[in-house]
Design a protein around this ligand. Structure first.
Ligand SMILES: Cc1cc2nc3c(=O)[nH]c(=O)nc-3n(C[C@H](O)[C@H](O)[C@H](O)COP(=O)(O)O)c2cc1C
Length: 225
């Protein structure tokens, strides 16, 4: 059982990476071999609409045809039993690199063909359970009011539709800066942020740990036959 975790934040050791690592810890404790991938280690390109993955007479094997620095990561994701993606909420969407990964992972697995009266499933009966972890400044209330549930939720539902199963976890009101006093950020109350970080973030870590564990169980259960 192989589980990969993707850090779609440019920052190492911050909110997103910490939670992805926790999810991987849960997966490892459930018996999986785990690997963390830093998407921002190098710049990555999104889908270029070359349509090689849709062209008649070409079989890209469910993978993006572009042979660049994202391709080995896409191969790992394709061959994994569980894929966990973490991303900061950037204006209601996953980060640019997380989007690049998602576009190029999901699009070659999206068939425009019909089989048995339905949209063909490139993965056949195989399910790759996915976890998507979003971290963000806003609280749960703003998440709902600001429409983030629609945009970020669309990422979860696309993962579910193409891969067969997806879970989403949101970490709200994250600590964005080590020292708010040196930033132009009057909008935030640094004391409240610190308290939130000390009280809530450990709960987010536990939830992500459990998510990792649960996704491993799902991979076994959903690919049983
Ligand atoms: C470019 C950019 C855009 C952001 N947009 C939003 C946003 O629309 N809503 C929000 O709640 N937080 C937003 N944030 C805050 C981040 O989502 C938040 O600080 C996140 O936890 C950062 O993840 P990290 O600590 O792993 O880097 C934004 C931050 C940046 C840098």
């Amino acid at each position: 059982m192989k589980v990969i975790g993707i850090n779609g934040s440019a920052r190492k050791g911050w909110n997103t990476e910490t939670l992805v690592k926790k999810a991987l810890e849960g997966a490892a404790d459930a018996g999986a071999e785990v690997e963390l991938i830093e998407l921002y280690a190098e710049p990555r390109k999104g889908c270029l609409e070359c349509f090689a993955c849709k062209r008649k007479g070409i079989d890209t094997g469910g993978l993006c045809a572009i042979k660049d620095n994202l391709r080995p990561i896409l191969e790992k994701a394709y061959n994994a039993d569980v894929v966990i993606i973490g991303s900061p909420n950037f204006f209601g969407y996953p980060s640019a690199m997380a989007r690049a990964f998602i576009e190029r992972f999901l699009y070659p697995l999206t068939s425009y063909m019909i089989e048995d009266g339905k949209q063909k499933r490139i993965l056949g009966k195989r399910i790759i359970p996915a976890g998507i972890i979003f971290t963000m400044n806003s609280d749960e209330n703003y998440y709902k009011m600001g429409g983030y549930g629609t945009t970020l939720g669309a990422t979860r539902s696309n993962l579910e539709y193409i891969l067969g199963y997806a879970e989403q976890y949101n970490s709200y009101n994250t600590l964005q800066f080590k020292d708010y006093s040196v930033m132009n950020a009057d909008l935030f109350n640094p004391v409240a942020k610190r308290i939130q970080h000390e009280k809530q973030f450990p709960k987010d870590e536990v939830a992500c740990y459990e998510m990792g564990k649960h996704l491993v169980a799902k991979a076994v259960e959903m690919n049983r036959e």
